[in-house]
Ligand binder design. Structure first.
Ligand code: PLP
Length: 390
């Protein structure tokens, strides 16, 4: 990371590890063949792709034959949901999602709804926890697939995926999990979770952008989204992106190691952030004190715009995000905080801080100090944002 920047936006993307850059460079320079070719150049590329498939399978406790390389989580999600619907047995195919899913899930569900698929959105409570009774009621209607996150990208709130899978499978519904924010921060086992589909994006765990995986449980009903030649066992057409696949595997190998130490480090940073930020007056934590992904802290500052804080802090080299990076360019409140019924005066003032294993306490302290000043300045500039007592 460049010395002038304090990067606390790791849920948006992460810096590639040196080992990732090296693996990609080597693959581009020396394994540029087409992995489908039968000659030596193809063989070199194929070896990299095969080894990476084993690594990605090991990362999530799957068989290598269950790993499909994609261009990232958005494509994986599109494939899982549209593919499961295309193969649905129900007279009216049906999807359940939660109100706090990433746009990649919400938009796909909306697109499918416009094509006649039944879509139901499950609510969360004020702390972002899933309403399991609402899930049970929704599952009374025959359902093709349930899609939910393992951890929320804006708040870090964790969903009880294994419990959802138990209830969904009992009613014959498949389950897709968006585990994008979890690699290296907790062990991921598709067996323990029991899911049918799982999506990951390499750039969220120090790998390159534009590459990810879709885990498809053996025997899961779905149709490929990207068709073409018989790459990926006929499950995703297109010549494999060998260099990015090599980079993703290098990142996965790193992230599989030292998970408990990484968690402990992230928890400590998260607690430090929470303590420092909540000491700023009229500030609230979005999400519960416990039960969140370590290292993600989302706070709202009453009466000011989160994006104004992000822009003010950016002038001093602090990289943060108001809500999720994907919706940062849009004006308006976060759909996640809206679903959590965040009070109106706090709805637009959310700022997300997300750490990684190389984040230091000094960086966290600097961010707290800069944000504290930004908040005081913005409240001063916008008297209507001041509290009634001020
Ligand atoms: N799901 C979650 C939870 C995310 O945070 C993101 C990225 O922000 C995605 C899906 C989409 O990932 P990508 O943009 O790499 O396809």
């Amino acid at each position: 990371m460049s010395t002038e920047l304090t990067y606390l936006d790791n849920n948006a993307t992460t810096a590639p590890l040196p080992a990732v850059v090296e693996a990609m460079h080597e693959a581009l320079a020396e394994a540029w063949g087409n992995p489908s070719s039968l000659h030596g150049a193809g063989e070199r590329a194929r070896q990299i792709v095969d080894a990476a498939r084993e690594t990605m399978a090991e990362l999530i406790g799957a068989r290598s034959s269950e790993i499909v390389f994609t261009s990232g989580a958005t494509e994986s999600i599109n494939t899982a949901l549209k593919g499961a619907i295309a193969a649905a047995r129900e007279e009216t195919p049906r999807i359940l999602i939660t109100a706090v899913e990433h746009e990649a899930v919400i938009e796909v569900a909306q697109e499918l709804e416009a094509r006649g698929v039944s879509v139901e959105t499950l609510p969360v409570d004020a702390e972002g926890a899933l309403d399991l009774e609402a899930l049970d009621r929704a599952l009374e209607t025959p359902t093709t697939i349930v899609s939910l996150m393992l951890a929320n990208n804006e708040t870090g709130v964790i969903f009880p995926v294994d419990e959802v899978v138990r209830r969904a499978h009992a009613k014959g519904a498949a389950v897709h999990v968006d585990a994008v924010q979890c690699v290296g921060k907790r062990p991921i086992s598709v067996e323990e979770l029991g899911v049918d589909f799982l999506s990951l994006s390499a750039h969220k765990f120090h790998g390159p952008k534009g590459i990810g995986i879709l885990y498809v449980r053996r025997g899961a009903r779905y149709r490929p989204l990207v068709t073409g030649a018989s790459h990926e066992g006929g499950r995703r057409g297109g010549t494999e992106n060998v260099a990015c696949i090599a980079g993703m595997a290098a990142a996965a190998r790193h992230m599989m190691q030292g998970i408990s130490e990484r968690r402990a480090h992230l928890s400590k940073l998260g607690q430090r952030l929470e303590k420092g930020l909540l000491a700023i007056e009229r500030t609230r934590l979005n999400g519960p004190a416990e039960g969140r992904m370590p290292g993600t802290v989302n706070v709202s500052f009453e009466g000011i715009e989160g994006s104004a804080i992000v822009l003010t802090a950016a002038r001093e080299g602090i990289c943060l995000s108001a809500g999720s990076a994907c919706s940062a360019a849009e004006f308006g409140g976060s759909h996640v905080l809206e679903a959590m019924k965040t009070p109106f005066s706090y709805l637009y003032g959310a700022v997300r801080f997300s750490c990684c294993e190389t984040t230091t306490e000094a960086e966290v302290d600097r961010a707290i100090e800069v944000v504290g000043r930004a908040v005081a300045y913005l409240r001063e500039m916008n008297p209507s944002g001041r509290s009634a007592e001020a």
